[in-house]
Ligand binder design. Sequence first.
Ligand SMILES: *Cc1c(COP(=O)(O)O)cnc(C)c1O
Length: 420
Amino acid sequence: MGKLAINGGNKAVQINSGDTFTWPIVTKEDEQSILDILWARNMSGTDITRKFEEEFASWHGLKYALGHSTGTAALHAAMFGSNVGVGDEIICQSMTYWATGLPAYSLGATVVFAEIDPKTLTIDPNDIEHRITKRTKAIIPVHYCGYPSDMDPIMEIANRHGIKVIEDVSHAHGALYKGRLVGTIGHAAGMSLMSGKAFACGEAGILITNDQYIHEKAITIGHYERTGELTIPELKHTSGVPQGGYKYRMHQMSSAMARVQLKYYKERMEEIQKAMNYFWDLLEGVPGIRPHRPSRESGSTMGGWYAAKGLYVPEELDGLPVSKFCKAVTAEGASTYPGANILLHLHPVFNDVDIYGHGKPTRIANSDRDLRQPKGSLPVTEAQPERMYSIPWFKHYRPEVIKQYALAFRKVAENSGELM
Ligand SMILES: *Cc1c(COP(=O)(O)O)cnc(C)c1O
């Protein structure tokens, strides 16, 4: 009988984790805020949403916030606001949720994928510039699994070329990049607030910016009820009808809950950070596994550690495949899986599907050239699913629980010979 649970040994995790992983934290205050909307029959208004927008913008020190029905809608509106249109291109990473890039297709634009940095899993600033053409309108960095994208070089490149940067903050609410809140560094930011995310209030999203044009043009795509408030002359004619043909306003039950969640987000996020950093501190020096987090000295943080990952170095474990590693850790009582989001540059919807009836794949129809990036075209990105795995997402700092979960990873890494 081996030591590892998968070979009949005792499990590393014996403790009852209670509500360590429960998210979002819901209290009577959340419940009451939603009931208030219900009894006022105020689900479709904007008064509560506007209060949330003010509070969210003020947290970020920005002028504008626009609540949306989803994060996908917020990103779509941010692209439209940045004048992404027919024949244009946006640049983003391939390993991300599809909404980082796919909304560009419905604006008549297409997506060019850049490599990621294998340590941060965010877009590699050194792989952006050679992909910029006269059609490039925006770079959309995603602070992937909480890790802030390297915004300084990205902004430098974008500003030199006169293109917009839209941050996708869906994984990183409240994270800092060199001391600055993510979402405040680009020209605009869009993010999800859906129930699974670190900032969670139901199905919702938000667009934040200091740029009045982006804000007002975003209103014109999907917020008919606000078109009367437009001040920029060339946008004013849309009054009463959203030119994009979408209806994107935020549900007020979500807005009400979001206001309550916002009150407590900072302190809850700090507890998550303490717990997650403790987990990684316990695993320092263990072969084969590395934290996916910025160094303390960098001034950067992981926000609420959404979809937290660890990096995997199979060379240090005699080439043990990550899938076997994950099965063994899961058997120890710490559920984990390899990889992350599917790679968009290899997906048929991005490459082969004729979505709008052009008679050819949308990716080609929306451009004057064939931008498809076949297997092998992004070698760093394509290697990463074998070099990463999920880690537990602790919502509370409970050393006794965290120690056992860390032990599960340590035990498998240190006894990987049993799996060969
Ligand atoms: C969740 C997510 C979105 C989309 O948000 P929804 O609210 O689900 O529409 C966009 N980008 C990333 C990276 C996400 O994880």
